[in-house]
Design a binder for this molecule. Structure first.
Ligand SMILES: [Zn+2]
Length: 154
């Protein structure tokens, strides 16, 4: 009985989902559920913005969803474990989440506005590799965050 209702809710979630979200969840080895589909849609719509769980919660409220904050946190943890999203714990702020678009980038945080700026710099990437190599290592992963403040206008 329980298994049956679960199966039918999965089917409902699949029907409600765009094919892309269904596909992305399946590829990540996650079952297609409505909360997962909705949260994935919001992250995809964010187009590179970095969202807190609360921001996702507010978006879902506007869609008249009844997905609670605890569920959102749980789904985000599952997404992180499955490699769909990257979680950042920038200093002085809440954790933010972004889709893992498969391309590496670093971040700058504006300390006054909280704005997140993404950047990629070939020279920095190269330097990091050579620093690690000098110590006998190869880089598996890295995070670089610059905490910045807008320059005073002259
Ligand atoms: Zn980013």
């Amino acid at each position: 009985m329980k298994a049956m209702s679960h199966r039918s809710s999965t089917r409902a979630a699949e029907k409600a989902a765009a094919p892309r979200e269904t596909e992305d969840l399946r590829k990540a080895g996650l079952k297609v559920t409505l909360p997962r589909v909705r949260i994935l849609e919001i992250l995809e719509k964010a187009g590179g913005r970095h969202l807190t769980a609360e921001e996702i919660f507010k978006e879902l409220l506007e869609q008249q969803g009844d997905i609670g904050l605890a569920t959102i946190y749980r789904v985000l943890m599952q997404f992180e474990a499955a490699g769909i999203v990257i979680k950042h714990n920038f200093e002085g702020g809440q954790s933010v989440f972004e889709l893992d678009r498969g391309e590496h980038h670093d971040h700058m945080i504006d300390l006054d506005t909280g704005k997140v700026i993404e950047f990629v710099d070939a020279e920095i990437e190269r330097l990091q590799k050579s620093i690690a190599a000098r110590h006998g290592y190869q880089i598996e992963d890295h995070r670089m965050v610059l905490y910045v403040r807008a320059k005073a206008k002259a």
